[in-house]
Design a protein around this ligand. Structure first.
Ligand code: NAG
Length: 356
């Protein structure tokens, strides 16, 4: 939990305000934020100019602090992040761009504690519906896999969501993969319930983290998962309501992808795939566009997202198309292009998908 919230009730109230604010601002967040921030260039910032920037940033993101001490502390964090963003963008060799997005007053540790939550499984699931082998092992990729895949264009990807300050990235990643395979097999795109996984999947640690394979297993054992509308997201773990909702989509099993990028491409060519990645770097938090490269993150997998395609950028850099769940004011409308071919951020290490 964030150290700057006084107590649990206060935290919950702020959380509610936060979630509601996200829902309200969802429509109104300008798409030009990254470009506008990036245009602030030339030299380093003086203390007064930085204070003015912080104030503008606070207004834009509706941020308030409980007292002057807290504001001063947050200003220091903002300043460090803004200078980091500035230095990175000034380096002409970088293929990606950063921005002081709405996370710019959070330290890396706070960020990781509140907005990630992937836990790799130490051993394979027992008595589970995990299928042996890899069903796409004989799939033929187009030559050099130059041909781009983008499941959004096939209508298999729902709008970008927001996990808020709850470490249940695993639920969002699993749901996005199930939404994808369901649309591919039935032709119907249904937004499904992360909250049901958060409340009901007992083999995960809720907001403290989890794994997509455990989520798939829950869906199978439960006989399906309901829609987002029937069981909406609150970003707080609650009592399981699965008895009072109707399953909308079910899956038969799930499979792990062999831990290499060719296998990952074979799977992604057929359906959106859940992956674990290392999202701990400052560059990852502040990412706003271009192709994120392997040098800007490690391979200590701690976050979960969904690979919904791949392609090649104009400068020839091959990339994976990642759907994240940190809202649309992060990355490219909520998405990231991640360098492909270098196992950037450990993208191929923990990949799996549900089978219809
Ligand atoms: C792939 O091809 C091999 C050789 O023909 C075959 O033994 C194997 O069953 C195939 N795998 C799948 C998943 O179809």
């Amino acid at each position: 939990m964030a150290p700057y919230f006084g107590n649990k009730a206060q935290f919950k109230m702020l959380l509610t305000v936060f979630v509601v604010a996200i829902a309200i601002s969802w429509e109104s967040i300008p798409c030009a934020i990254a470009a506008r921030e990036l245009s602030v260039g030339g030299g380093s910032y003086g203390e007064e100019a930085m204070k003015a920037r912080h104030k503008t940033w606070m207004a834009k993101h509706g941020r308030t602090y409980r007292d002057e001490a807290e504001k001063a502390r947050r200003f220091e964090v903002f300043k460090a992040n803004a200078n980091f963003v500035h230095r990175s963008n000034a380096d002409g060799s970088r293929k990606y761009r950063l921005a002081t997005n709405r996370f710019a007053d959070m330290t890396g540790d706070e960020f990781m504690a509140m907005r990630t939550g992937f836990k790799p499984l130490s051993s394979s699931l027992f008595g589970a519906s995990k299928l042996p082998g890899f069903k796409y092992e004989n799939f033929t990729l187009s030559e050099d896999y130059q041909q781009a895949v983008d499941w959004r264009q096939q209508g298999a990807v729902t709008d970008v969501k927001d996990q808020g300050t709850c470490g249940c990235c695993w639920a969002f990643s699993a749901v996005a993969a199930v939404e994808g395979i369901n649309q591919i097999t039935t032709g119907q795109l249904l937004s499904l319930s992360e909250q049901q996984l958060l409340d009901c999947s007992t083999s995960t640690d809720g907001c403290q983290g989890g794994n997509m394979d455990n989520a798939f297993q829950y869906i199978i054992s439960n006989g399906g998962i309901t829609t987002e509308d029937s069981y909406p997201y609150t970003a707080v773990e609650g009592t399981c309501q699965s008895d009072s909702v109707q399953a909308a989509v079910t899956i038969r099993g799930f499979q792990d992808v062999p831990a290499d990028e060719t296998s990952l491409a074979m799977a992604v060519a057929n359906q959106p795939v859940s992956v674990g990645i290392d999202a701990s770097s400052q560059s990852f938090h502040m990412y706003s566009g271009g192709v994120m490269t392997a040098d800007a993150c490690g391979t200590n997998v701690n976050h979960a997202v969904t690979v919904v395609g791949y392609g090649t950028a104009d400068d020839g850099t091959p990339y994976w198309l990642l759907k994240n769940q940190w809202g649309i004011n992060w990355g490219i409308g909520g998405y990231m292009l991640l360098e492909r071919g270098t196992n950037a951020c450990g993208v191929a290490l923990h990949a799996s998908y549900p089978t219809a």
